[in-house]
Each structure stands twice: as structure tokens, then as C-alpha cells.
Design a binder for this molecule. Sequence first.
Ligand code: BGC
Length: 433
Amino acid sequence: MAVEMHAGLASDGGSKLKMLLTFVDTLPNGSEKGTFYGLDLGLGGSRSSILGCQVETQPIPQHLLTGSNEELFDFIATRLKIFIEKEGNEDVLPLGRTRELGFTFSFPIRQISVSSGVLIKWTKGFSIEGTVGGDVTQFLEEAMARVGLDMKVSALVNDTVGTLALSHYHDEDTIAAVIIGTGTNACYVERTDAIIKCQGLLTNSGGMVVNIEWGNFWSSHLPRTPYDVALDDESPNRNDQGFEKMISGMYLGEIVRLVLCRMAQESDIFGDAPAPSLAAPFSLRTPMVAAMHEDDSPDLREVGRVLEEALQIPVAPLKTRRLVVRVCDVVSRRAARLAAAGIVGILKKVGRDGSGGFAGGRSKGKPRRTVVAIEGGLYAGYAMFREYLDEAVGEILGEDVAQSVVFRISEDGSGVGAALLAASRSPENQSTF
Ligand code: BGC
């Protein structure tokens, strides 16, 4: 991972890691003031009320995920307008001042400024026509104008960057953020002089947040199973997002299903008649894998329930249920350990893995405190996954260094983080890392 990060920083196309510039060179530090708005376009997650914010979730109707660009952005702009009208505190902004929005867009975008960017590709099952290659900010601003909403996008950020911003607001030792949810990705603070592909890049802080897009990481060192190959073959984005397909919530359930399917073909552990649902792609979702994996009842009741409800496998014997738990364990443990290795790769890249003495972030022999924000259901809501990830980080770094690394769980805060970034760009709130 560290080697590929170097390559992706050296030249565009130099690695499967895009290492996207974000133009975020200042992060919120807790002193931001004012009324700012955040919009998070992504999948899943429930929102809690954080930071004295009013937060509202709107599920995107399924047909819009594969519909037209205009329909999607009109839907978003309309919901946003309704939210603002409901909020009813028009007087918080001085008359004539446009509302400022931080827009979290959880897909790879190529940016030329902090407030605009072009969509490189859709991931996670989105496939909306007419968006790839276009400026996402422009799409949203045009839709806002169509519905009569006076608002401008002052920060367009990846969800990892929003998460980093929110964590940095609370804790200035935060240097990276990782998402392990429906998709997976990470961003971190890089020195501008290390971003070779953009010579002469100058920022006040001397740093810039880089969006790694690690979901697309691949290496010949990664062992690939026939199940990974089968999953890739049936996906709409073949040969793409290989790391994501081994780690994130969109895919873990499907990998487990593919393994169980093969077991059903080669043995009679699920009885004689193959269950039709077992053969249906994506019939087993990752939350069900977590529920089966964490079933601590002596007769594995929950496992029986999931097998019956999701896959229509009637009363599997205890021995079979134990095997199913074992499969869930292997698949999620691999995912957690790969994510852990990715995190250590980032720490290595920025010299916080304890390998480089003083340059490695040690002062007076003690490793420096390093905070990594983590968001997404797999880490926050799946205890076994979290345990495996923490354990692997400890194993790779050694306990001494691992103790200086703090994982800060951030719950669905990337939209709030984007609003904070909009705030920190405002003249009255200037700050640097
Ligand atoms: C996207 C990233 C995003 C991640 C987590 C991936 O599929 O490519 O941009 O950060 O999902 O939401």
C-alpha cells in the first residue's frame, strides 16, 4: 500500500491508487463559528444529532440510483429546500448572504478546487447516466437554481475527507480517516512537496488532504480465491475496486453466499434439495453475516433464523450452523486484516509506523500520538470485525507503537465534517492544520 501510494503521488496513472488532490489545506479545529450546511450523498447509515446540528436522513428512491442525472440532483435539491424551509431560522444569516454548503460526495472525483470536481466513475452499484465526466457541483447548483434555492457549494468533499474534518475538529492529532461501510476508502494529510505529480503546489499549511481511493488497490501479493473471481465477474464494475470487493459491506455477504453455495453443491450439509435463494446473487447481506457471526446462543438460533429467512434453508443441523459461522468468521477476518494492513500502509507512508526513529514520528523515544478516524458500519457496528482489525494493527506495528495509534469512531459525521470545511473556508474562520 505504501509503495503504491508513492507511485500514485508521482504521476497520474502511475498506480491503481488515484491519490486524488482535495485542495483541502486547512482543517477545522474547534473554533469555527456560523451557520453552515452539510449534505451527504451516500448509502445507508442512520444519522444521530451531533455537534448541535439538525440532521435529517432521506433515503434515495431505488429507481433514482440507476436513473438520469437531472432526476437525482433535482430530488436532492428539492429535499434540501424542504429541510431549509422547515428549519425556519432565516434570520441566522445576514440578509442578502447566500447559504454555504459542504457537499459530501462518496465517489471518486477529480478536483481542481476545493469546491468543484469531476466524477471519475460510479462505485457501489450506482450507475446514473450523464454524471461521469461532469462537474458535480455544477449539477447540484443548477438543480438548486431550478428549485429556487439560494445556496452555493463552498466545499465538495469525499466522505473520507468529511470524516477527517469532523475528527480533526474534536482532536487535532487526527491525520487520516478511513471508511469501512458499504464501500471502503481512506484519506490522509500529505506534505505538498511529496505530491510530485503536482509540482509547485503551495498551501499555507504546507500540507493537503489526499483521497487515496484505496478501494481500487490491487497487488499481485494479494491472494485471490475463486469466490473473489466469481464476485468480480458478476459485478457491474469488473476488474475495478478489487480491495473494496474483499473488504466492504456491499460485498462480504455475497462472498459468504458464494462459499455456502459451493458447499451446497459439493455436499449435503444443507439437505438434498438446493435452496433457490442460495443461488440468488446478493440474497445474503452483510448485516446478516454479522448477526450469524456474533450469535452466542448455544444452539446458534440466530444462524438458523437467518438461514431460513434470507436463504430459505429449513432447520439446518447444528453442525451445519457451526460451519456457516466459521465461513462468516474467515470472510470477515480476512476483510478486517486487509483493512488493518491498509491503515498501517498509510502510517508507514507518513512515518508514523515506528520504523524510522525520530523521522518516524518519535520524540524522546516515544512514538507520537496518532489519531485515525474510522467511520462505517463494519467497524462501528460489528464487534468481531473491530476486534480483528485492532488485533492485526497491533500485530503488524507491535504493541509499543500500536499504543500510540488511536482509532476514533465517527458515526455518520461526514456531512457535518463537510459543513465544518465550508465553515473553515469562510474568511472569519481561517485556520491551518
Ligand atoms: C468510493 C469512495 C468512498 C468509499 C466509501 C468507495 O466506493 O469510491 O469515494 O469514499 O466508497 O464510501
